[in-house]
Design a protein around this ligand. Structure first.
Ligand SMILES: Nc1ncnc2c1ncn2[C@@H]1O[C@H](COP(=O)(O)OP(=O)(O)OP(=O)(O)O)[C@@H](O)[C@H]1O
Ligand SMILES: [Mg+2]
Length: 236
């Protein structure tokens, strides 16, 4: 299994002296679906930002799609990130007053595609997440679960190899939360590598791998053998 991203002895110290990560080794292989769990303040979001190259480590190395991140300029790193990674943030980060479709199309802003094509793909991505009939709704006209699905559509519209989600179900009721997890499973079955931060033990237990963080260290990395349903197994 080739690595999508690999962290070697990564440490992250924030200005002010908080050491949020210490000596983290983590390899995420192509096609994996994993949970990142741990107490509040343990370094999960920091880890996701570094895996996603939104932030650089204070020490240690990050290799993304075979590129040593430290060797890349910010500009080249942004390009690499835009090509390979999609993010879903807990608070959605949708643009207010702009339709679901244009929010999703924004995920292709740096793709070089003309606007008409960006909008066409956005429509397809919204269909994919079950929101074909909410295309023209603006965020305040959508439910929380629907907003989260728009955010996921935006994250996957560029067909990233790696999808990183920070508490994608944190703000959702259990039905919406199930729908979002089902969507992530489907995207994974179609080939996306996915890492999900969650504080929901049931969700974490339902994923094939669990990375546990405490005080900035990986304290467990379990292959839970959680059922990847048989009909999804060989589909890649
Ligand atoms: N920009 C920052 N500057 C300084 N310290 C920070 C910054 N961001 C996070 N921290 C600190 O780093 C530690 C790890 O934060 P992080 O956001 O990664 O935790 P987390 O595991 O995601 O927590 P939660 O479950 O509450 O979201 C915390 O102690 C936090 O206070
Ligand atoms: Mg966090």
């Amino acid at each position: 299994m080739s690595a999508v991203v690999e962290l070697n002895q990564v440490t992250k110290e924030y200005p002010g002296g908080v050491v949020a990560l210490q000596g983290v080794d983590l390899r995420i292989g192509s096609g994996e679906l994993l949970a990142i769990v741990g107490p509040s303040g343990s370094g999960k979001s920091t880890l996701l930002h570094i895996v996603g190259t939104l932030d650089r480590p204070s020490a240690g190395s990050v290799t993304l799609a075979g590129h040593d991140v430290a060797a890349l300029s910010d500009r080249r790193l942004s390009a690499l990130r835009a090509r390979h990674i999609g993010f879903v943030f807990q608070s959605f980060h949708l643009v207010a007053g702009v339709s679901a479709r244009d929010n999703v199309a924004e995920g292709l802003l740096y793709s070089g595609l003309p606007r008409a094509q960006r909008r066409r793909r956005a429509a397809l991505a919204l269909e994919r997440v079950g929101l074909a009939d909410r295309m023209h709704h603006r965020p305040h006209e959508l439910s929380g679960g629907q907003r989260q699905r728009v955010a996921i559509a935006r994250a996957v519209v560029g067909e990233p190899d790696l999808l990183l989600a920070d508490e994608p179900t944190g703000a959702l009721d259990s039905a919406s939360s199930e729908a979002v997890m089902e969507l992530l499973h489907d995207l994974n079955a179609d080939g996306a590598t996915i890492a999900v931060i969650t504080h929901d033990g049931e969700i974490a237990d339902s994923l094939p791998r669990q990375v546990r963080i405490r005080d900035g260290r990986v304290v467990a990395d379990l292959r839970t053998g959680a059922a990847v349903p048989a009909d999804r197994g060989g589909k890649r």
